[in-house]
Design a protein around this ligand. Sequence first.
Ligand SMILES: [Zn+2]
Length: 409
Amino acid sequence: LLHAPQFTEGIAMETPGGLPASLELLQYCEQRVDAVIRTAEQLIRCESPSADREAIARSAELVHRIGSDLMGAPGVIHEVDGCAHVGWRFGAGTRGSVLVLGHHDTVWPYGTIDRIPFAAGPAVRGPGCLDMKVGVAIAFHAVAMLRPADGIEVLITGDEELGSPSSRALIADHAARATAALVFESGADDGSLKTARKGRSQYRLVFRGRGAHAGLEPERGANALVELSAAVLAIEALGNQTGGTTVVPSVATAGTTVVPSVATAGTTVNTVPDHAELQVDVRADDLAELERVDQEIRRVGGRVPGTEIVVHGGIDRPPLTEELSAPLLVRAQSIWRALGLGELGGARVGGGSDGNLTASAGVPTLDGLGAVGAGPHADHEYVDRAQLAGRLALAVSLLAELTGTEVTR
Ligand SMILES: [Zn+2]
């Protein structure tokens, strides 16, 4: 049940059935927006670039303190490979739990807050506000309103922006107990929830050839760069634009000098490159496409005799498909209408999140429940304050429904 004392502060929240009405819930959430922003401010001011382990550790301490205060129970800081993730588990029931998932790391280097200071106006600003510290704040405040929050687990990871290398097993572990996963990444630009995310593969191809003097005995060389060049074109052709599959050769380096034989004068212009590397980013709507590209990439090569290719990497995040999000989206949409907020859409997006990982474990997953704004990973990143109350009301209602508490019809 919604925690009664939480609703006695202002307006009467009781309906004849003893449950708060949707519109009253929305009004109550309006009153909570300042508190959500204050929570977000603390999180934003504690900068947390993914690759800075000390910063992530400090941030995790703060996330743990704030989350424990708000949600009324201590959590656990899970340190995995030096990276700090924070989790809470409410109620020790044997039935499955609803997993509330977020991350506290950002893409912003330390010191960005001096350049993009926190601001709490109609546009809430600060590094990582949209992606996704305001979302973490919404999640904490939503769970706080459900005290006791039995049947909910909360996991806030510290390396999502790196592709979740150290949190992956932890997420899988939580997903194994979960009946549903709610991901508090930002909503789409128009506020839509994220119901499908492309899957991703990442590769690093290492080309080994044989060095030789380009003038005296080029025939003794095996040009790794030429082999790479042929591979780039072959790999790019693996994409399928109409099917939504993109294959982007994204980073290429050859030899010890970055641009071989051309940009670097002198020492390397007359040397057949014996080493080259290529990185490739693949996105696709379904796993079969990722598997097709994976097989094809491993077949690339053979243009230059004497060279060989070693392929590192593979399928990294399986897709989040609409099949897995649809039942949760329907619930969210009916809550949204009951709140008087109109229609709530579902959006397919290219970028992945940890929701891909819960989905790959077969857990119904709904993403994009966090803040609404614009400019994730960009200087103009902001959160639209006016939409926070609706997001909070949606989150608390959805959590209440999924954990077996009826809300507000
Ligand atoms: Zn994010």
